[in-house]
Design a protein around this ligand. Structure first.
Ligand SMILES: [Zn+2]
Length: 570
């Protein structure tokens, strides 16, 4: 939270259309001032998620996912808070000012420039694909059977066969060649000469989740090496951070809860054109944990569609492991020897792939089969131990351990012994703990705090009359302090997952003036008795101390105060 002020968060929330943003991922229908939809965060077919754009929160009755627009965005895109805020701020056109941290300010200025340069490049590439220069590109698209609609949907373009068309275009808009290099769009020769990085290539733009182009993959058409040239890393693009086509596929993925993950740019396009709208690609590197996190917000199952050769199967193994470790289901489709996605679909049609999808191998079974086939016994054991220790939630070990033991024909005890390293605790466990407070003393804390959340106008009174002294759990007091420190418009980013779920579920109960006044009377009564109790306790202690000192006068004074107090309290 260190770098964004509550005002900036407020400004982001005001400018981002909450409803529109949620609808990028799932469909909603209106029910009064609320909107209901199928929750994208757990497996469900009934509309269990409610979005209240007026009050700025969402809540799922099934899995208790909840929070504001920033929470929704972070959760569904697998981002942590600061990254989510930064992406949304950019989308909302809000400068997250540096407040003295000029380094951060400079960075966001740089990112803006890079995005603008990519916008200009995109314009140029799309125009040149449509122009005379882009003839080879268009012919290639036709030869691969891509229709113009798909090409347009994915923003395909053409980099002209020149050394400085893009360089000139950028400089005509006020960007220096050095800035173009920094954006990853231009390259610099050892002797200093700067030139267009992409020449005579079909350009596949890579979008971030805000829909902005942040990098390119450029494919050569016809003969030549290398087949693909990719953008270098830049302030807006980190390799292994994004998936190709995810921006276009996310709605379909979050609706079907399944992502079809493949290797190449063209494979994604082919899949989409054949009706598999949930396809995305790993962008030429092996799958990264950042990419898995992005998927994990959107779906419960990832189907791997990798080549059937040894390299493809090895890549599928690594990917399947990572996805399982993140707690998602995996299925692996083995393409027949010599076939790839493209040849299969164009040669045998959609049904052929559909059949293979139905026969997909379950991910863990696939891993076990690969490991036992290709590894030495000592490597099998260390693979199993490593797998178990890498699970992102220690609790899953209980689930996987017997399955691994069985699959590898080891005894469970043997496997357990091999796992000596200490278990890792995880944030996710804390996040999964949805009740703010449990236990009998927690129940009363919960009721008191629920009232404070529902009726924020009573918070000052509750504070003045000493609610803090009445709360019996640390968790309750911690939550109460936050309620006192932040208003209803500001508080959400400061709550942890459990608190957030509690907060939003209380808000959902809505206000009923009559009932709330009665609750307030009860609480006021409780507070009064609490104060009396502590006054009584203080007086008793003071009397005991005065007696111990032998201060008769003080004892007399305190006793009289005590009897006064008892009278007053009746
Ligand atoms: Zn849910």
């Amino acid at each position: 939270m260190a770098q964004v002020s509550p005002e900036q968060i407020q400004a982001i929330k005001e400018r981002i259309d909450f409803l529109g943003l949620v609808q990028r991922y799932c469909s909603l229908r209106q029910a009064g001032e609320r909107w209901m939809g199928v929750c994208p965060f757990h497996q469900e077919t009934k509309p269990s998620m409610t979005v209240n754009p007026g009050r700025g929160f969402f809540y799922c009755f099934g899995c208790h996912a909840s929070g504001d627009v920033i929470d929704f965005y972070c959760r569904i895109n697998g981002l942590d808070f600061m990254d989510g805020v930064q992406e949304l701020a950019r989308e909302a056109g809000i400068e997250l000012d540096s407040g003295g941290r000029s380094q951060e300010g400079k960075k966001s200025g740089l990112r803006r420039q890079c995005l603008e340069m990519h916008r200009l490049a995109q314009e140029l590439f799309e125009q040149s694909l449509a122009s005379e220069q882009g003839k080879a590109g268009r012919e290639y698209l036709v030869s691969r059977g891509f229709d113009p609609e798909t090409a347009h949907r994915f923003g395909l373009g053409w980099a002209p066969n020149t050394w400085n068309t893009l360089k000139k275009h950028l400089s005509s808009q006020g960007f220096s060649p050095e800035q173009g290099v920094q954006a990853g769009l231009l390259s610099q020769h050892q002797q200093g000469r700067i030139y267009d990085r992409f020449r005579s290539r079909l350009m596949f733009p890579i979008h971030n989740l805000g829909g902005k182009v942040v990098a390119y993959g450029g494919r050569i058409v016809g003969e030549g090496e290398p087949k693909y040239v990719n953008s270098s890393e830049s302030p807006i693009f980190t390799k292994g951070d994004l998936l190709y086509g995810l921006e276009q596929a996310r709605r379909s993925i979050s609706q079907s809860k399944q992502a079809l993950l493949t290797e190449g740019y063209a494979d994604v396009l082919t899949l989409v054109q054949f009706g598999f709208a949930n396809a995305c690609g790993v962008l030429g590197t092996s799958l990264t944990s950042a990419q898995v996190r992005r998927l994990s917000g959107l779906c419960t199952t990832v189907i791997l569609l990798f080549d059937g050769d040894r390299a493809g199967q090895q890549a599928a193994l690594r990917s399947a492991e990572m996805i399982l470790m993140a707690g998602l289901q995996v299925q692996v489709v083995c393409l027949p020897d010599g076939e790839d996605v493209d040849s299969l679909l164009r040669g045998q049609g959609k049904d052929a792939l559909q059949d293979l999808l139905h026969q997909a191998e379950e991910g863990l079974a696939f891993c076990l089969r690969m490991i036992t086939t290709f590894s030495a016994p000592k490597d099998i054991m260390s693979w199993a131990v490593n797998f178990l220790q890498s699970l992102s939630q220690a609790a899953w070990q209980a689930y996987y351990l017997p399955r691994l033991a069985r699959g590898l024909q080891l005894s469970e005890a043997e496997l357990r012994r091999a796992m000596q390293a200490p278990r890792r605790s995880s944030n996710a466990q804390q996040a999964a703990q949805f009740a703010v407070i449990s236990g009998p003393s927690g129940q009363r804390d919960r009721e008191l705090l629920a009232f404070a959340v529902r009726c924020p106008e009573y918070v000052p009174k509750l504070k003045a009359q000493g609610l803090a002294g009445l709360l019996r759990t640390d968790r309750g007091r911690q939550f109460w302090n936050k309620l006192c420190d932040y208003g209803p418009d500001q508080i959400l980013p400061y709550l942890d997952q459990g608190e957030k779920a509690f907060y939003v579920s209380c808000q959902l109960q809505g206000q009923e003036a009559e009932k709330d006044r009665k609750v307030w009377d009860d609480i006021a009564d409780l507070l009064l008795r609490g104060r009396e109790q502590s006054t009584k306790q203080r007086l008793k202690e003071a009397i005991a101390q005065a007696q111990a000192r032998g201060d008769e006068q003080e004892v007399a004074r305190l006793l009289s105060a005590f009897s006064q107090f008892l009278k007053g309290a009746e």
